[in-house]
Write a protein that binds this ligand. Sequence first.
Ligand code: HEM
Length: 213
Amino acid sequence: MNWLTNTLGTSIGKKLMMAVTGLSFIGFLTLHLAGNLSIYGGPEAFNAYAEKLHSLGPVLVAAEWILLALALVHIATGLLLFVQNLSARPQRYRVNKSGGGRTIGSATMPYTGLLILLFVIFHLANFSFVDKSHTTIFDVVSRAFADPVYVAIYIAAMVVVALHVSHGFWSLFQTLGLNHPKYMPAITVVGTILSLVFGIGFGFLPIYFSFFA
Ligand code: HEM
């Protein structure tokens, strides 16, 4: 446990923690989006995918606990960095000009992070912590997206996810020391493409349910 307190005690240690946990979420989102694409195969394909996932039993439960632990570390470390940054500059500059490399994504990281946390709690209440004994996962999702309010919330949340990933991806390469001037433009482009893939890939699912499913 000593290594954890030592790592979290330094600024670079905290940033490293954010980078490693953030990279794990990018992996999770990629797998989650790939799995959700089975929705386009219709109810049988999506229900079969969900059944296969749940048949993993203890492996799935272990993955869920690891994901929860990573989320707790990411949130706690993010909060520590946010407070540290605030106390490092207690007085705001009168003219808050955007500095070099500052984007909407970078300026809003703590707020988009908080919104994603609220979204995930809402999302788990919608789709994970529901009684599925007399229904199927396709019907649960289909019923939720029959409501335009849910569709709007999910689309707005995907814009927030895309914004958070767009800066997070760039930032984790900076932290891992892979910020060579030769590669950073390519990393920025890949980060933008990835955030668009997540934003559009997830964001189109509720639209598909509303109009086509
Ligand atoms: C429209 C977009 C999305 C759809 C349709 C969707 C669908 C689902 C469904 C159906 C489940 C439950 C699976 C089951 O219990 O069989 C689930 C679980 C989950 N989703 Fe999503 N999801 C979406 C976007 C997201 C996003 C953007 C995130 C993260 C920011 C996310 C995080 C999670 C998590 C953490 C779980 C729980 C995983 C587990 O316990 O195994 N989802 N999602």
